[in-house]
Design a protein around this ligand. Structure first.
Ligand code: J2J
Length: 541
């Protein structure tokens, strides 16, 4: 316990003991689990990235050579390392190598920009960053140079591709011995939370807890050495990493095929070429794939399961999937904080259309409660609370927020409103957290509001969801401008971009009001604003 990473909230010892006694926590670290799989299947293909392919023996050897290189940079146990990479093989090489030496990847999404990256580096005191050179028109070297100039802790910038004066990822491959692996009870990495607060929250996941969810996910999804997983979502996201994701596929000895983008034609071509059996999408992409006329031009017959999760999947869209793709639909309702639900192969087929699945583990404790934390009657809608062997007990370095985000007895308040069906399956019917789910990308309203409020011409601001046919939800900002210096919608948009935030957080619309509607207790009435966002709007940007 004295060894734990500062800022990590461990499970109470009686829970930890129980999870070990029940065989959920095995004491195996994430790299050791990968290495064991590599030893079982040395000649099988583990990873495909464009024209490059790695057999398991090769991937393990390369990851260990990168680990030697990272050690040579002075990185070691518990050092935090920002990882921001697109879907390229070096993402897994970097992550496996960091896990091997006990350093903690801090996962950023490719869309994140200066404001988010600076915050991650500052909050974690990251010593190094591993990034792409250019991606989607953005120079990540320049971004990280900017971040490093303000954050002296960040001493090494490793670049995949053209490193300029920075350190090339290719220079990391070294030969030498490696130190003992980390203890499995330690934090393995820091994952990003969807969040609902002014600054993003980071999620510390331990080797023990994460490996349990990965192992069980691989089993539930029936993965084996013949499985071929197309990774179309951003590889750093919890869903394609662990549900069962790439780590589940590695655990089972299968093959991960990286798609550089989730664009339908490119993915269909990869499914055909690599005979992919499984892939995971958010609903917005599932809809785009369904509507794509390219579908008929490719042989998708290898596909056995299409997973959809991350946001609400409309029932009519769900029902179209099996016929359109000649495969089963599996709904996945998960969260980077832990709890993951799957619809199962053995379930009544109907449940895959009308429910978001049931928890991975018999030890997942589920409560559905009212506003006063009292259990609702069976079948009633309420707030979902959960604790269990792979659900965190606290965010990283966020003690004040943790008192609100968790109950006194350690349940995580998911912010989701659910109904529990008699067999234990959950239906997600809404959300109580102040968040916009834009096609699976989560936007914390308070975070964008605080950026808007930083503009001298903004007196008040509120971000709410508005429905969108393709993305499910988009974001609408309601702004009260100061009379003297009222900015235009266009100017605010530019201002936000210059603040350095991810493009998906930029409001899709900005509307002006004289004052924000308030509830009886004086809080901004977001429901009223949401209802108003349904009406005709003017401030399109
Ligand atoms: C409705 N809302 C959903 C679903 C997540 C697997 C799958 C998804 C995530 C993920 C993940 C939903 N229907 N099927 O980490 O391992 C919303 C809920 C939830 C939040 C979590 C995984 N699946 N959601 O999406 O951390 O609001 O994880 O609390 O990004 O997404 O978001 P995130």
């Amino acid at each position: 316990v004295d060894e734990a990473l500062p800022g990590f909230v461990p499970w109470p010892s009686e829970f930890a003991q129980r999870y070990r006694a029940l065989g959920y926590w095995t004491g195996v670290d994430l790299y050791a689990d990968f290495a064991a799989s590599a030893a079982r299947h040395p000649q099988r293909t583990a990873l495909v990235c464009g024209e490059r392919r790695w057999r398991y023996a090769e991937l393990a050897r390369d990851a260990e050579r990168v680990a030697v290189g990272l050690r040579a940079l002075g990185l070691g146990p518990r050092d935090r390392v920002l990882v921001q990479l697109p879907n390229v093989a070096e993402f897994y090489l970097a992550v496996l190598a960091l896990l091997r030496i006990g350093a903690l990847p801090v996962f950023a999404l490719p869309a994140h920009r200066r404001a988010e990256l600076a915050y991650f580096v500052e909050h974690t005191q990251a010593r190094a960053a591993i990034v792409a050179d250019m991606e989607a028109g953005c120079d990540h070297r320049a971004l990280l140079r900017d971040v490093a100039a303000a954050q002296p802790c960040l001493r090494e910038i490793v670049v995949v591709g053209d490193a300029q004066e920075l350190r090339p990822f290719a220079s990391l491959y070294g030969d030498g011995s490696l130190p003992p692996p980390p203890d499995a009870s330690e934090v393995a990495f820091l994952q990003l939370s969807g969040g609902s607060t002014g600054v993003p929250k980071l999620i510390p996941r331990s080797h023990d807890d994460y490996l349990y969810s990965v192992r069980e996910s691989a089993r539930i999804c029936g993965l084996g050495p013949e499985s071929v997983y197309l990774c179309a979502l951003p590889a750093a996201h919890n869903f394609p990493m662990s549900s069962p994701g790439a780590l589940g596929v590695f655990h089972a000895g299968g093959c991960v095929v990286l798609a550089r983008s989730a664009e339908p034609a490119a993915c269909f071509a990869l499914i055909e070429r690599e005979r992919a059996t499984l892939t995971a999408l958010v609903p917005a992409l599932a809809l785009a794939w369904l509507e794509s006329r390219q579908r008929a031009r490719y042989d998708l017959s290898s596909l056995r399961v299409l997973q959809v999760g991350g946001a609400h999947l409309a029932e009519d869209v769900a029902r179209r999937i099996p016929d359109a793709f000649g495969c089963r639909l599996q709904q996945v309702f998960g969260m980077a904080e832990g709890l993951v639900n799957y619809t199962r192969n053995e379930d009544a087929e109907e449940l895959a259309y009308i429910s978001q699945g049931r928890p991975i583990s018999a030890a997942d404790e589920i409560r559905v409660v009212d506003d006063e934390d009292r259990d609702v009657a069976p079948g009633e809608v309420g707030h979902l609370l959960t604790r269990g062997p792979y659900t965190i007990r606290g965010y990283y370095r966020a003690p004040a927020h943790n008192t609100q985000a968790f109950t006194a007895d350690g349940y995580y308040r998911t912010g989701d409103r659910v109904r529990r069906l008699p067999g234990g399956h959950l239906q997600v019917v809404g959300r109580a957290k102040d968040q916009i789910n834009r096609g699976g990308e989560k936007i914390a309203a308070a975070e964008v509001e605080s950026h808007l409020l930083a503009h001298p011409g903004v007196f008040d601001a509120a971000l709410v969801a508005m429905p969108d046919r393709w993305l499910g939800e988009k974001a609408c900002a309601w702004v009260v401008a100061r009379e003297t210096a009222a900015p235009s919608a266009r100017e605010l948009q530019r201002f936000l971009r210059e603040r350095g935030i991810a493009a998906y957080k930029l409001p899709d619309r900005i509307e002006f009001l004289d004052r924000l509607p308030r509830t009886a207790v004086g809080k901004v009435d977001k429901r009223a604003l949401q209802a108003r966002a349904l009406g005709p709007l003017t401030g399109t940007v």
